[in-house]
Structures are given as structure tokens and as C-alpha cells.
Design a protein around this ligand. Structure first.
Ligand SMILES: [Fe+2]
Length: 186
């Protein structure tokens, strides 16, 4: 049995690692296993995390952010059949499954990014992330998430910077449009 690993210990490790390196691969290599360790520790999980907003089918709960909005750690849940369309984060992201399985689709951007509200995307790869599975997304990477299971999913998200304080976008695949994106965080 692994020793308990708290959000506070995780944040302290996050601070040390991100002070030592800004290289995303290095951050993913070092933080990824620690995020998996925290995801496996149920000490931080609250019952309310499993009751996503009834209207949107989604809720995000803030576990930590620095005063300057760096190093945001959130728990996110989706009701069955719900998800979020293609979006970026404006920073690096590390996601670990806690409960249930989420389909993750990664997209490639095809246009030249000359127009702010226009984007052409194509699907690059799809995967299913279950409990303990790690998904690392570079700054600028675009993905979508959907709960295709019969139960509420819960996942642990870590961002280099709180995503409501970066300039980041959501994309409409068919309309080929891009618009700024903020989420309701409890
Ligand atoms: Fe995301």
C-alpha cells in the first residue's frame, strides 16, 4: 500500500518541478506519475464531485491554484453522454482518470491561424482514458472529452495556469469556428 499523498504534497512537488524546468516533456515526465499517485489517493475526493451540474452535465471543482493563477488543480466530472467539444487550454495540461472512462479525441489544426475566429480541424487520434490513465496535452494542443459510459466520470486535471486566466479557445468542427472559452469552476 502506497503512503498517502495529499493535494498539498502534490502542489509542493508541482512548485519544485516547475521551478526547475519549463520544458513540457520534462514536466509531463516528472508530474505525470505524481498526478497518477494523487488520482489513486481518495483523501481529496468529495461526494459533491460526483454530482455534475444538471443543465450542463459538467462540473469542475478547484482543488488548488497559486495566487497568480499558476498551477491549477481541478477535479472534473461529467454525466453519462456529456462532454466538452474541441478546445485548447492556453497552457500545458495533465489529466488522470479517477472514475469511469472518458473518450479523448485529439485534433490537428489545418488552417494557417491567420483569422482569430476561424479554425479547420481534423481528428488526429482517439483514446479511452480510464482510472489511472494519463493524458498529457501540450500548450496549443486541441482535444475533446466525452463520457460514453453509464456512470458519472471523475478526472483530475492539472494546468500550468488556470484555464480561465489564459487566452484559450473552443472550436466548432463543422462551422470551422473558434471562440474564447471559459468554464464555470466551483
Ligand atoms: Fe481539456
Amino acid at each position: 500500500m502506497q503512503e498517502q499523498y495529499s493535494v498539498a504534497q502534490y502542489v509542493s512537488d508541482l512548485r519544485r518541478i516547475t521551478a526547475e524546468t519549463k520544458d513540457e516533456d520534462e514536466i509531463f515526465n516528472q508530474v505525470g506519475p505524481l498526478a497518477q499517485r494523487l488520482a489513486a489517493d481518495d483523501s481529496w475526493i468529495e461526494d459533491r464531485f460526483f454530482t455534475p451540474d444538471e443543465e450542463t452535465g459538467f462540473s469542475a471543482f478547484l482543488l488548488h491554484e497559486e495566487e497568480d493563477h499558476n498551477l491549477a488543480v481541478l477535479a472534473a466530472s461529467w454525466t453519462p453522454g456529456m462532454g466538452v467539444g474541441p478546445h485548447d487550454h492556453g497552457t500545458w495540461a495533465i489529466v488522470v482518470g479517477v472514475q469511469g472512462s472518458e473518450r479523448n479525441i485529439r485534433y490537428k489544426r489545418l488552417d494557417d491561424r491567420n483569422k482569430l475566429d476561424y479554425a479547420e480541424l481534423e481528428i488526429k487520434e482517439e483514446s479511452i482514458a480510464g482510472p489511472g490513465d494519463l493524458v498529457c496535452i501540450r500548450n496549443g494542443g486541441i482535444h475533446s472529452v466525452r463520457n460514453e459510459s453509464d456512470n458519472v466520470t471523475l478526472s483530475l486535471h492539472t494546468y500550468g495556469h488556470h484555464v480561465n486566466y489564459t487566452t484559450r479557445y473552443q472550436y466548432d468542427l463543422e462551422a470551422r469556428s473558434a471562440s474564447e472559452f471559459k468554464v464555470d469552476v466551483k
